[in-house]
Design a protein around this ligand. Structure first.
Ligand code: SF4
Ligand code: SF4
Length: 286
């Protein structure tokens, strides 16, 4: 943690985030975020002299995650629209916090939940889940999703990077949130997650693309083909070839054009026992 911090300003930022509707907020030491996994960017590339990265968490309503995702109209009408609304809300609140810090005389910028990516390497300007873990808000689980104690992976994340001297949290939930139940491994249709190794080394991005981009559902082929799995830098270079082979993929592309980028598969989020446990607890409290 940074030696010198402004406790009053830290409390003000946390209160502002919560007042604006954030479900959970934490602060990560930007120096610790210098070497994020998978080649994502360093907060210092965004705000020179960045001291901290503020992590913002908003939970999905359970009904959105537990709806019938095999029905395209429900998936698109409920899940995709709720995700878009959460992203907009997070972006709005991150902007408010950045402007608040600017008024206090610091540099700050919001980093939206849905980052533009280098599509070949599939990396963005920052890893929200890595920042959230450093801030002590939860743990990157075996599924490679970010898990909170309260909602499991049923959350969306955004970040504010700033040179304000805020008090940082500690990543003290590592190995304490994920139950290692391997439900995510068993239920992933494309075999993208392995039991072996720790995240991120147990995750095959190309195999996940086959599921998350809708190819499993639209082609009815669960196991991604060998050339797809082995494509480098990522399987995205194979999309034109497979679009020709499976013309029904055009349906997905048309949806994307209409609704923006969205995941076609969220099974690892739906089945995670941490998220389900939190949901059951909520129901027991009624
Ligand atoms: S999004 Fe779907 S395909 Fe990707 S890891 Fe999760 S369950 Fe597997
Ligand atoms: S499904 Fe089980 S193993 Fe996978 S992330 Fe959730 S708790 Fe961890």
């Amino acid at each position: 943690m940074s030696e010198e911090y402004d406790e009053k300003l830290t409390d003000e930022v946390i209160k502002l985030g919560l007042d604006l509707g954030i479900d959970k907020i934490g602060i990560a030491d930007a120096e610790r975020a210098e070497e994020p996994p998978h080649g994502h960017g360093d907060p210092q590339n965004i705000v020179r002299g960045a001291k901290v990265a503020i992590s913002l968490v908003m939970a999905y309503p359970d009904g959105t995650i537990d709806c019938d995702h095999t029905d395209d109209l429900i998936h698109g009408g409920v899940y995709v629209h709720t995700q878009n609304a959460l992203y907009q809300e997070l972006s709005r609140i991150a902007l408010h916090i950045a402007k608040f810090l600017e008024k206090k005389g610091y540099n700050a910028t919001p980093i939206a939940p849905e980052l533009p990516r280098d599509e070949k390497r599939f990396v963005g300007a920052i890893s929200h889940r890595f920042i959230a873990q450093l801030a002590g808000l939860g743990e990157i689980g075996h599924s490679n999703l970010f898990l909170t104690k309260e909602w499991g992976p049923r959350v969306a994340l955004a970040t504010v990077v700033t040179n304000a001297p805020l008090k940082t949290g500690e990543p003290d939930l590592i190995d304490r949130v994920c139950l290692k139940c391997y439900e995510c491994v068993e239920r992933c249709p494309s075999g993208a997650i392995s039991r072996d190794n720790y995240p991120p080394y147990n995750f095959n991005l190309n195999k996940c693309f086959w599921g998350i981009q809708g190819w499993v559902r639209l082609t009815k082929v669960e196991a991604p083909p060998k050339d797809w799995v082995e494509a480098r830098p990522t399987a995205l270079i194979m999309v034109p070839k497979y679009e020709q082979k499976y013309p029904q993929i055009k349906e997905y592309q048309e949806w994307i054009e209409r609704m923006g980028d969205f995941p076609y598969c969220s099974i690892c989020m739906q089945v995670c026992k941490v998220g389900k446990k939190a949901k059951i607890k909520k129901e027991d409290n009624r």
